[in-house]
Design a binder for this molecule. Sequence first.
Ligand SMILES: Cc1ncc(COP(=O)(O)O)c(C=O)c1O
Length: 381
Amino acid sequence: MDRRSEKLKSLPEYPFAKIDRLKEGVEKREVIDLGIGDPDLPTPTHIISALKEALNDPKIHRYPPYNGYLELRLAISSWYKNRFGVSLEPNSEILPLVGSKDGIFHIVPSIINPGDVVLVPDPGYPVYFSATILGHGVPRIVPLLPENNFLPNLSEIDTKGVKAMFINYPNNPTGAACDIEFLEKLVLWAKENDIIILFDMAYSEVYFEEAPPSILQIPGAIDFCLEFHSLSKTFNMTGWRIGFCVGNKDIIKALLEYKTNVDSGIFGAVQYAAISALTGSQICIEEMRAIYKKRMDVLVRGLSKAGFNVQKPKASFYIWMKIEGKSSDFSEHLLQETGVVCTPGVSFGKYGEEFVRFSVTNSDEKIDEAVNRIIKWKSSL
Ligand SMILES: Cc1ncc(COP(=O)(O)O)c(C=O)c1O
């Protein structure tokens, strides 16, 4: 019996659940997974030590505060100031999250009334769409097209009934980045149209060119913007579930009030580990970038050699590659012929249909092996 609500039934299958099913049909040892963006690199040891040490404090095992320890909010504030040059008020403009997905999902029911329109980028991180549907909002698709460098064309957006807009740079899945000039235009446009900007910077530290800017660098943006950050990709902590959001105090207040009804905060030891990550040496981030850059070069070169039209991304650990035909057919075919998993672009929305996404979150050896298999397969056709 299908016990799901009508809203839940209306959602497309979460993309990675589908890929897992496909993988089941292929010999386990054969599979090289370049599908999901889950860092293979280890969490830096000083962060793990901070967690272990915190575990010895009996207080840490009790309910944590809903808005996180003040010490963590202070650590976020100083990290943010160093990285973006923006000062934040730790009690009202910062909220730690159970991973940024927590905030991205729960912001919708916190600020949206039934029928309010939410702008959702396509292709985009699937949670923007599902959060909007499950939060009783109405998603309106904003296409991200290659001819616009995967940035939205603001002048073409129908703003009628729009309350908020999700937007994400560095971008998953396209690997695009935006510059400060684009953010200036976005802030001006959002102010004119009275739209709350929900800016997702989960990949803020995974970049290969200039360091990506924050939307809060734009004067006045804090009046109506909320920005999401994650320790998942920056410090290889996807399983730890820790992130934060920063921005307008009234929006943060609404999110905190909503979340107080949902969860009971982030485990204290994880918060102390996050403090260690944010206040400790940041060299681990540079090392991570160097590793991804090297892998990216190998994979881009390999895919080009195999005959694909592929560009190096500006940021993120994803390659967004144009293909011919349907993306799920391509992914299925690639998996069957080579054992290499890539994500069909359609999983990120209909504008992703003619693309597939490769992630470099697998070892150098596996990426070399994937490249060899793909070249061999293509040359045999
Ligand atoms: C664009 C984007 N935003 C947010 C997230 C959520 O990350 P987390 O909840 O681990 O912080 C992801 C995860 O893949 C993502 O791709």
